[in-house]
Design a protein around this ligand. Structure first.
Ligand SMILES: [Zn+2]
Length: 153
């Protein structure tokens, strides 16, 4: 509820470029960072455990990535999905990205991949990638639950 009541601190600059070089940083909901990629918990999740995976470099489209960056991004998407499956036990996952404002990207100038855990019987099936959100569980609790597994990557 913190974002609804306006208590959540605004992140300065690009959401997908948390300052500093920390591998994890709870203040920015940064679960993982290496030289090519970051994994963030979505502060405005569609579902519990909704992750945002992005290249470190500020580019808007997969066609802007080097082959190395593209492979690194694909690799960390897979590892992130594995962590969600192992520790949140979803019945399914939505994995995808919206490229460009016309495609529904909320932040169009920095490519990011959504990974959304899904459970049988959850609702709003069609809204996952169109940035419509439900009220989250407490985001810090989810961060604490997932962070050890990303720390071990
Ligand atoms: Zn950026």
């Amino acid at each position: 509820m913190e974002h609804v009541t306006g208590k959540t601190q605004k992140v300065a600059g690009c959401l997908f470029e948390p300052p500093g070089n920390y591998r994890q940083d709870k203040e920015y909901l940064l679960l993982y960072r290496d030289s090519d990629t970051v994994v963030l918990l979505n502060r405005f999740p569609y579902a519990n455990g909704h992750l945002l995976v992005a290249p470190v470099r500020h580019v808007g489209c997969i066609t802007d990535l080097s082959d190395k960056e593209n492979c690194a991004l694909s690799c960390i998407v897979k590892k992130s999905a594995a962590i969600l499956k192992a520790h949140l036990n979803p019945d399914g996952l939505n994995i995808g990205c919206n490229i460009g404002g016309a495609a529904g990207a909320g932040i169009a100038d920095h490519l990011h991949v959504h990974i959304v855990p899904r459970w049988d019987g959850d609702h709003n099936f069609m809204t996952v990638l169109s940035e419509i959100r439900t009220i989250p569980e407490h985001i810090e609790h989810t961060f604490d639950a997932l962070s050890p597994f990303f720390n071990n990557l």
